[in-house]
Design a protein around this ligand. Structure first.
Ligand code: ZN
Length: 220
């Protein structure tokens, strides 16, 4: 399986299928990625992004799925703790400590609660934490789903910062951690190298800092 980070929280998993998670990039267009599935972790604009215009089969929490269906997007709903399988890919919705209102043109809709996802494809398990603070049940995500990779926010202010994400990396226990949700804007500026060094000095976990658009191979 290949993993491409487009910046912010937007990640494309390419294997048997193509899965685009949180389809938002600053000033960007993601239609070229032609995903089989889109995954939305919560209703905030920097995560819903192009979900409506992409109009792909979209996996999201019940409230967001209803919102998307009303806009003509073929959405698949699930909720925290649940798993669905679509064309050989498994999508498990995990908790996240964050808010989840859908923002749209100055208005707002209840978007249910924010979530993370564990996605299983081609024998590889990927945990995308979404936007979240640190919570100790991340240990359960490790115990239950044994992710090979964990995508963890490190930007601070709206999510975990590097210190909390260090503990999160230990709780989840994935051998590879990729920091996300930082340096998109002034309010979430962080030095990912400090995070990488701190994690790698104290654990066996590898931290890979990706450049926007960079693609890496992920093995089980
Ligand atoms: Zn958010």
């Amino acid at each position: 399986m290949y993993l491409t980070w487009f910046g912010h929280s937007c990640v494309l998993l390419s294997g048997t299928k193509k899965i685009l998670i949180d389809p938002f990039i600053e000033g960007g267009r993601l239609s070229h990625t032609k995903p089989d599935f889109v995954v939305v972790t919560h209703g905030h604009a920097d995560h819903m992004g192009e979900a409506v215009t992409l109009k792909r089969k979209t996996v999201a929490i019940t409230e967001i799925a209803k919102f998307l269906k009303a806009k003509g997007v073929p959405a698949e709903s699930l909720n925290i703790g649940g798993t669905i399988e679509l064309q050989g890919v498994t999508f498990t919705m995990t908790p996240a400590m964050h808010s989840g209102r859908i923002e749209e043109a100055g208005r707002g809709y209840g978007g249910g609660t924010a979530a993370g996802f564990v996605i299983g494809m081609d024998g590889v398990s990927v945990y995308h934490a979404g936007d979240t603070g640190l919570f100790s049940d991340m240990k359960l995500i490790g115990e239950l789903y044994h992710p090979n990779v964990a995508l963890l926010p490190i930007g601070g202010r709206f999510t975990m910062g590097p210190n909390e994400a260090m503990i999160a990396a230990n709780y989840v226990g994935a051998k590879l951690v990729i920091p996300i949700h930082y340096n998109t804007w002034d309010k979430i500026v962080q030095d990912p190298l400090k995070f990488k060094n701190a994690v790698e000095r104290t654990t066996d976990i590898e931290v890979k800092i990706l450049k926007p658009g960079e693609k890496i191979e992920i093995n089980a």
